[in-house]
Design a protein around this ligand. Structure first.
Ligand SMILES: C[S@@+](CC[C@H](N)C(=O)[O-])C[C@H]1O[C@@H](n2cnc3c(N)ncnc32)[C@H](O)[C@@H]1O
Length: 321
């Protein structure tokens, strides 16, 4: 792998990190498709770790029982009916009877796309497989380079992406690092700035974006990943983050949709990110407001570290100095 990364880096004159990311993703994909088998020299630990993480990703985006999501939609659309058996048969067979919807739903989960324009409500994370892959890639770079610091997600909803971040620490024997989980645990604030005008994602309009602290802790527990190293910061970012106990951060993931929320996180936490660490912004391409917060902040601070696209919405950069 090291030789392949080096060759891409030199042949295409791309930076070493970008070359490594491309090579790793390409080889990983070939292995997932069964075109090659990876044989790490560690008695199978890496292979088992990879299988654990792959299964976990599928569970977190709900690729294990995706048909349940179609079933819920089907039931929501049904008028009340006396034909209970008919409904039960329809629910049993829905995946095959409506194969096109099933295929579309599964495809959406790869990319974390909304399915038929509705936000993912029935999975522990809405971010999709590509963005989970990106978190994994950043984490492995941090571990390999020994970048000091904890992981933090600001904007967690049901906690799925944070759960995955913690699972990486555990799976790679980096459990001493903390996983900070920051959210109001009552949904998004009402839009208050001009940039956020029209983006009303409050609990009154979108109840599924407001998961309680208890629900998120229970979700961590479900995956056997709740421990003392998982720390919760509850409240509005503007009230909590700057004065929080959070120390050095190696991986900062921002998933808060709005201009104001994204800016609050960057202002409070960017300086705590260790050089060599990563900043991921989930909604950069999805919401102009979020993009404006990031672009403004980078311009104010003179940050020139290159932005790299993850999928249709997310971006990230490595803090070089
Ligand atoms: C899109 S959801 C996060 C999705 C999540 N990362 C996942 O894996 O599915 C946005 C979250 O940001 C939180 N949020 C947004 N702005 C906030 C703020 N200013 N303070 C605290 N929480 C905020 C909301 O409560 C919500 O849980």
């Amino acid at each position: 792998m090291a030789a392949l990364r080096e060759r891409i880096h030199r042949t295409f004159d791309v930076d070493a990190d970008a070359a490594a990311q491309t090579a790793d993703a390409f080889v990983q994909r070939l292995s997932e498709l069964g075109f090659l088998e990876l044989h790490p020299q560690d008695g199978g630990l890496s292979a088992m770790r990879r299988r654990y993480l792959q299964l976990l990703k599928k569970a977190l985006v709900n690729l294990i029982y995706p048909e349940h999501e179609l079933r819920l939609r089907y039931l929501e659309a049904q008028p009340s009916t006396e034909d209970r058996l008919g409904v039960q048969r329809a629910l049993r067979d829905l995946r095959y009877a409506d194969a096109a919807s099933f295929a579309e739903l599964v495809a959406c989960k790869q990319d974390g796309q909304n399915f038929r324009r509705a936000v993912t409500r029935d999975a522990h994370t809405m971010v999709g497989l590509r963005r989970l892959d990106n978190i994994e890639w950043c984490a492995t770079q941090i571990f390999a380079a020994g970048v000091e610091g904890d992981f933090l997600e600001a904007g967690v909803c049901q906690g799925g992406a944070s759960i995955f971040m913690r699972s990486l620490q555990v799976a790679y024997g980096e459990e001493h690092r903390r996983m900070w989980v920051a959210d109001s645990f009552e949904g998004l604030p009402a839009p208050r700035t001009e940039a956020d005008a029209g983006l009303d994602f409050t609990e009154e309009r979108m109840p599924w974006l407001a998961a309680s602290l208890t629900a998120v802790q229970d979700n961590f527990r479900t995956y056997d990943l709740l421990s003392e190293q998982v720390c919760f910061v509850a409240g509005w970012f503007s009230d909590t983050l700057a004065s929080s106990e959070v120390g050095k951060i190696a991986l900062l993931r921002i998933d808060a949709d709005l201009y104001e929320s994204t800016r609050d996180v960057l202002l409070a936490l960017y300086d705590r990110v260790t050089p060599g660490g990563f900043i991921i912004v989930d909604d950069y391409h999805a919401f102009r407001a979020c993009r404006a917060a990031v672009d403004e902040f980078r311009a104010e601070r003179g940050i020139a570290d290159p932005l790299r696209r993850v999928d249709w919405t997310a971006t990230f950069w490595r803090k070089l100095a």
